[in-house]
Design a protein around this ligand. Structure first.
Ligand SMILES: Nc1nc2c(ncn2[C@@H]2O[C@H](COP(=O)(O)OP(=O)(O)OP(=O)(O)O)[C@@H](O)[C@H]2O)c(=O)[nH]1
Ligand SMILES: [Mg+2]
Length: 450
């Protein structure tokens, strides 16, 4: 059923001062009236103090606050009631149970937002942004999600869509006047309009790799010779003593992964076993794991001891680095052991003992992993999901195919089919008409009550 009354706890269960319950759908006010004393939908959007009572046993569950939001000016687009109860495990659950006994159904994950999309209150990109905002662990993720929730990406795609329709209209003149040598619209004008639309798609697509990294966290693999100070630096970047540090080379045997927010951006830091030829079986396995991480890395942080630059990094390490496709940031460790002043170099120099250079290193990591996003600032839209990327790739391919068809002498009507297909790809992306299975996928990761 599309609009039956649903109910859910919108706050996490556990010890808290308050909990928020949402009830929405056709008949939501009748359900509320069976449980809340007193309940009146008027005046709308006004909080009132109520007694929350179980509808069949008459037992008083809580002394609460409730507000009624009549359709269509609500989050879901249907009638909606928000009830603030006391927190904890027992009261909110009993309140939800009372509303279920009064005729509401427990909501599925993301069902409130799904209804908002179906009722045209949010587009699909805004619904995704809602989930991203809730899941945000780093400030940059939250800012990006808010921008998308504000229709930043939607507005850009609508502009693009309008440009493609405009291009289609220009072509239509050729369809109407096929006999004329030169139609009323010059080929240059069509070419210019095509270029503008094509570049706009390409620029959006170019944000996809860093957009995906912003969602998942940039994978930074810390590598280098044994005893180079990798685990010490890993701990310093995390701000906790996570990995074991000793003066014995070969201390780290396994890869250790941890989440960190650096300069407001999300990172997944990995400490690895030092790279060297080793006779020790466990250490060799550790080095194999290091290599796997190096292959998957977004960025490699390569540690060398300061003052040891002349000694090279060892054949083994150099071979690994030569195979790496990810950008490498070299860092000199243990700066406090080297006399100052040191020969100046572009390579960051750090010490976990004095803290020297750590702030600069963090800025450098953010620049290398998220430089394009930093350049774009918070106003330009960014695509963050595989769903966005594949739709834009489809649109780009169709727009290119249109151009190739025109250049190849295909008549205007046949070439325009590609423009239609490109517009269709953008419509799928914004969620103009969205099939159920796409909605299922988008809302699968939502929490209940959202
Ligand atoms: N003085 C000084 N000592 C450091 C610094 N960083 C690391 N060390 C020391 O260097 C030694 C090796 O440090 P680790 O962090 O374990 O080095 P690692 O690269 O992880 O070594 P493996 O796990 O064996 O590959 C330890 O004795 C650390 O205390 C530093 O900035 N200054
Ligand atoms: Mg180590």
């Amino acid at each position: 059923m599309l609009s039956d009354p649903i109910v859910a706890l919108a706050t996490p269960p556990g010890r808290s001062a308050l909990a928020l319950i949402r009830l929405s759908g056709r008949g939501a006010f009748d359900v509320a009236a069976r449980v809340l004393r007193p309940f009146r939908p008027e005046p709308a959007r006004t909080v009132r103090r109520v007694r929350l009572v179980h509808p069949t046993t008459g037992e008083v569950v809580d002394d609460a606050l409730a507000a009624a939001f009549p359709a269509p000016r609500t989050y879901t687009g249907d009638d909606l009631v928000e009830i603030s109860t006391h927190g904890g495990l027992l009261v909110p659950a009993a309140a939800v149970a009372a509303l279920v006994a009064a005729g509401a159904r427990p909501a599925a994950p993301g069902e409130f937002t799904r209804r908002a999309v179906l009722n045209g209150k949010l587009d699909l990109l805004q619904a995704e942004a809602t989930a991203d905002l809730i899941d945000a662990g780093a400030p940059a993720q939250a800012r990006r999600a808010l921008h998308q929730l504000d229709r930043g990406l939607s507005a850009r795609l609508e502009l693009l869509r309008a440009e493609l329709l405009e291009l289609e209209a220009l072509i239509a003149y050729d369809i109407d006047f096929p006999e004329e040598d030169e139609g009323p619209v010059s080929p240059e004008r069509v070419e210019r309009a095509w270029h503008a639309a094509r570049d706009r798609i390409a620029r959006l697509l170019a944000t996809a790799p860093e957009g995906a990294r912003l969602r998942e966290g940039a994978l930074v693999v810390i590598a280098g010779r044994p005893n180079a100070g990798k685990s010490s630096l890993f701990n310093a970047l995390l701000g906790i003593e996570r990995a074991i540090v000793t003066e014995i080379p070969g201390t780290t045997r396994d890869a250790i992964e941890a989440y960190a927010v650096i300069e407001g951006f999300p990172f997944r830091l990995v400490d690895t076993a030092g790279l060297r030829e080793s006779g020790d079986r466990v250490e060799r396995l550790g080095i194999e794991v290091s290599q796997k991480y190096l292959a998957a890395a977004d960025l490699i942080l390569f540690c060398e001891e300061a003052g040891e630059e002349g000694r090279g990094t060892g054949d083994e390490a150099e071979r690994f680095l030569a195979q790496c496709t990810a950008p490498v940031v070299v860092v000199r460790t243990k700066a406090d052991l080297v006399p100052v002043p040191r020969p100046s170099s572009l390579v960051p120099v750090v010490s976990v003992v004095t803290g020297e250079g750590l702030a600069e290193l963090k800025r450098r990591l953010a620049e290398v992993a998220f430089g394009r996003l930093l350049d774009l600032g918070d106003v330009e839209p960014v695509v963050t999901r595989a769903r966005h990327r594949t739709a834009l790739e489809r649109a780009l391919a169709e727009v290119e195919a249109f151009h190739a068809a025109r250049a190849g002498g295909v008549d205007a009507a046949a070439a325009a089919v590609h423009l239609r297909a490109a517009v269709g790809a953008l419509d799928d992306l914004i969620g103009v008409v969205t099939p159920d299975d796409v909605l299922d996928r988008v809302f699968a990761s939502f929490c209940v009550g959202k």
